[in-house]
Design a protein around this ligand. Structure first.
Ligand code: MLT
Ligand code: ZN
Length: 452
């Protein structure tokens, strides 16, 4: 290592010179986000191997007054995991410990750098599943998923990452380690630190390990892809399936997205013709949940349908939903607006948002999809320069008008700081700032994220 950077030299003595990346080629993949919309230079990237090394890295960064951007699998979508200009990127990817599954408790303790797919495989071997699933499972890390309180396709049944957390280990700005991994389901002794850190987007502490609640492995699945001419029709079916005990996912997407996925993934359209609106419904149980799903759909109104209990056919149906993200990315650099609406206003929003956008930003090309049972729509906008915020402004103001949230699951990051006040009160924001000030008084943890 030939750098004269004294902090880099000190950190190299902690983590080993091979894990302080100064070379711009080596740093590049840590400096640009997955959408390519957000990028900036880091001072350097440091890759500690365990909690003790993270603590020492943070102690030395704090001593040097060096701002830090924590990073997991770099699958975030709001620019909160990449440097903005000269921060030290602390990659948690080497914290890959996988402790044995505690079958009695139905829990497991894992390192922040374990990917979701690795966790799923690990717990599967012990007969368990994990409550959160997202399409980026091969890259997204547990630490990053906690930091962003990731949601995904199973929230309606199991809740987001916060709901899976039984305990947490994290390193504070000055290097203090908070360790609450007691393996206690009940622990009402003061503030809920795991719950606080979930969704804090790396602004309060760096998550290093977590104790996670597991779910029974439910291997039998019934999946239905249904087509409608309107969102109202899809919502009528949501009302019919909502009470199925084995219901696990209800996803919505539209003609614009299906046609895009078909083109980019080289797939045929799911039905003989394209329809305006699609609903993907999935139930999981120990025994085939198809009779329950079929009974709920009996008499329901839809224009076309495909139902399956088979693994391969199921994957084929899910491809139309899960390949939205990559297909949109292949088309251009998207503006990703991840919003929540009260379900009572979702039809109105989905019906009007394209028109509102066309009226003020005609070159914007919206593609909608999302987790409809949670009132969560992903409004992706193509056709705009990365720093053109006009579409964001129109859409987030409309969301606020309808009583929604400007971020359902992706977080605020740096993408939405300007609009936070639309759906969080001044009292809320002041309280969050007070927490930030208490935990990170020097403001070195992920500066700019959430508050701007
Ligand atoms: C999804 O639901 O697929 C994820 O939130 C990713 C995305 O919004 O592109
Ligand atoms: Zn999502």
């Amino acid at each position: 290592m030939s750098s004269p950077d004294p902090l880099a030299e000190r950190l190299a003595r902690v983590v080993g010179p091979a894990h302080v990346l100064l070379d711009s080629d080596l740093r590049a993949s840590y400096e640009t986000d997955w959408t390519r919309r957000y990028h900036g230079n880091s001072r350097f990237v440091v890759r500690p191997a365990d909690t003790a090394e993270v603590a020492e890295v943070m102690r030395l960064c704090a001593e040097a007054g060096a701002p830090v951007v924590p990073q997991g699998g770099n699958t975030g979508l709001v620019g909160g995991g990449v440097p903005r200009g000269g921060e030290v990127v602390v990659s948690l990817q080497r914290l890959t410990s996988l402790e044995p599954v505690d079958s009695t408790a139905g829990e497991v303790t894992v390192g922040a750098g374990v990917t979701l797919a690795q966790l799923q495989e690990h717990v599967l071997a012990a007969g368990f599943g994990f409550g959160v699933d997202i399409a980026s499972r091969d890259s997204a890390t547990i630490g990053g998923m906690i930091a962003t309180n990731a949601g995904g396709i199973r929230v309606l049944r199991h809740g987001p990452m916060r709901a899976q957390l039984v305990g947490i280990e994290a390193v504070r700005a000055g290097g203090t380690v908070i360790r609450r991994l007691p393996g206690l389901t009940k622990d009402n002794t003061g503030y809920d630190l795991p719950g606080l850190l979930a969704g804090s987007e790396g602004t309060l502490a760096l998550v290093t390990r977590a104790r996670l609640r597991l779910i029974p492995l439910l291997a039998a699945r019934a999946t239905a892809l249904l087509a409608f001419d309107s969102v109202a029709g899809a919502l009528a079916v949501l009302a019919r399936v909502r009470a199925i005990p084995s219901l696990e996912a209800v996803e919505i997407f539209f003609r614009e997205g299906v046609e895009l996925v078909a083109r980019h993934a080289g797939l045929p359209l799911p039905f003989a013709k394209a329809y305006p609106t699609y609903l993907l419904v999935e139930c999981t149980a120990r025994n085939d949940p198809m009779p329950d799903l079929a009974a709920a759909l009996d008499g329901a109104k839809f224009l076309d349908s495909a139902l399956t209990s088979g693994r391969q056919q199921r994957d084929a149906l899910w491809a139309y939903r899960e390949r939205h993200t990559e297909s949109i990315n292949a088309e251009g650099i998207p503006h990703k607006l991840d919003v929540a609406l009260p379900l009572a206003r979702l039809e109105e929003f989905a019906g009007n948002v394209r028109g509102r956008l066309a009226a003020s930003v005609p070159e914007a090309r919206p593609i909608l999809f999302g987790h409809v049972a949670d009132g969560n729509l992903h409004v992706n906008v193509l056709g705009l320069e990365p720093d053109d915020d006009r579409a964001t402004d129109v859409i987030l103001r409309y969301v606020a008008e309808l009583g929604g949230s400007i971020s359902a699951e992706h977080g605020v990051g740096i993408a939405k700081t300007r609009w936070l006040h639309l759906t969080r009160s001044p009292e809320d924001i002041a309280t969050m700032r007070a927490l930030k000030q208490a935990l990170d008084p020097a403001g070195i943890l992920n500066p700019g994220v959430i508050f701007g």
